[in-house]
Design a protein around this ligand. Structure first.
Ligand code: GDP
Ligand code: CA
Length: 325
């Protein structure tokens, strides 16, 4: 079975790890290998201190490699920040944005390979080949697009500055997917969607993780046309975002922080939107009729990814809902 997952960074990474685990457990060495592909948001990427940083690709790569700092929530486990201290002392870069030393090794490698002329897709294949990830990571695009935030007072900044420096507290007038009209999804991405047996939306941030992927010309069409069932997982449980500040992104675009509101924003494939089915938490079961009325099959299952077992159970549920759609 070929499973294709649309994903942002940390939340998406936990889900992808669950999908990999669910496939490993269900196969137990008997059937042919499942093929798992993640289409990863690149609109959080940026140039900083001369380096190309790709936070979502790296969060997934480190998580699948068992190298992520789970406690802190970003970067490599056991990392130090000597280079960042030196940059700060020199007044270079963003003083509020610490890059770990090992992490800088990744960014230096990526930058060097890009400068040699490799595409981001090729660079990602090379960087991930070091670990047996069991998942192919595809950047949604090889072109540079960035999510920017226009605040209520007219300032425009990279999403990362609004999120990390201002802790998502500055009121937002608009999220801008900068240069997205000129950007293209890669052929590998379109092919992964078209040839998939199942497409999953990770419970990633709908506005700044999944949104920029869907905004790339051709992606939404490929999803609405694929023969594969499309199943999404709610990032919202009982009206809250579980981890992080995604509620600030939703309210900025007038979407309620609720599992049904996010599903309705994606819309049903039968009604010209993107989803066949939507997984909500058991605590939100009362929202199911609302979602089903919109033409999206709703299934209530435990959505908290506390550890590998709960993530794998969630992934199994998404796969079986998809295969029965
Ligand atoms: P980012 O790019 O690092 O911000 O990560 P993503 O966009 O991939 O994921 C962030 C989202 O994951 C958050 O907005 C949360 O709502 C969601 N999330 C985090 N942990 C869980 C969980 O255990 N269950 C579910 N259903 N959603 C989660
Ligand atoms: Ca992200």
């Amino acid at each position: 079975m070929r499973i294709t997952i649309l994903s942002g960074g940390v939340g998406g990474a936990r889900f992808i790890r669950g999908v990999r685990e669910a496939c490993r457990r269900s196969l137990a060495g008997t059937s042919p290998k499942d093929e798992i592909t993640a289409i990863v948001n690149v609109s959080d990427d940026m140039w900083l201190t001369g380096l190309r940083i790709a936070p979502d690709l790296d969060s997934i790569m480190y998580t699948l490699a068992g190298e992520s700092d789970e406690e802190r929530g970003w970067g490599r486990v056991g990392d130090t920040s000597r280079v960042s201290s030196e940059l700060r002392a020199n007044g270079v870069g963003w003083p509020w944005f610490t890059l770990g030393d090992l992490d800088i090794g990744t960014h230096l490698s990526r930058t060097e390979l890009l400068r040699q002329g490799l595409t981001l897709t090729e660079v990602t294949a090379k960087l991930t080949s070091r670990w047996p990830l069991g998942v192919t990571l595809l950047p949604a695009s090889d072109d540079e697009t960035e999510t920017h935030v226009r605040t209520d007072n007219g300032a425009i900044m990279h999403f990362q500055e609004w999120w990390t420096r201002h802790r998502a507290r500055l009121p937002v007038a608009e999220f801008i997917y900068s240069k997205v009209e000129q950007a293209r999804p890669t052929p590998n991405v379109l092919e992964a969607i078209r040839s998939s047996s199942l497409v999953l939306f990770a419970p990633s941030n709908p506005i700044v993780s999944i949104g920029p992927i869907l905004a790339l010309p051709g992606i939404a069409d490929a999803i609405s046309e694929t023969r594969a069932p499309v199943v999404g997982v709610s990032p919202i449980i009982s009206g809250s975002v579980v981890r992080g500040m995604a509620d600030a992104c939703l309210s900025a675009v007038g979407v309620a922080t609720a599992a049904d509101a996010v599903a309705l924003r994606y819309g049903s494939r039968s009604g010209g939107g993107l989803l066949d089915a939507w997984l909500i938490d058991e605590s939100d079961a009362a929202l199911a009729p609302d979602i089903e009325r919109a033409g999206i099959r709703a299934a209530a299952v435990p959505l908290w990814m506390r550890d590998l077992d709960t993530s794998s159970a969630l992934a199994s549920a998404a796969i079986s809902v998809g295969l029965n759609s």
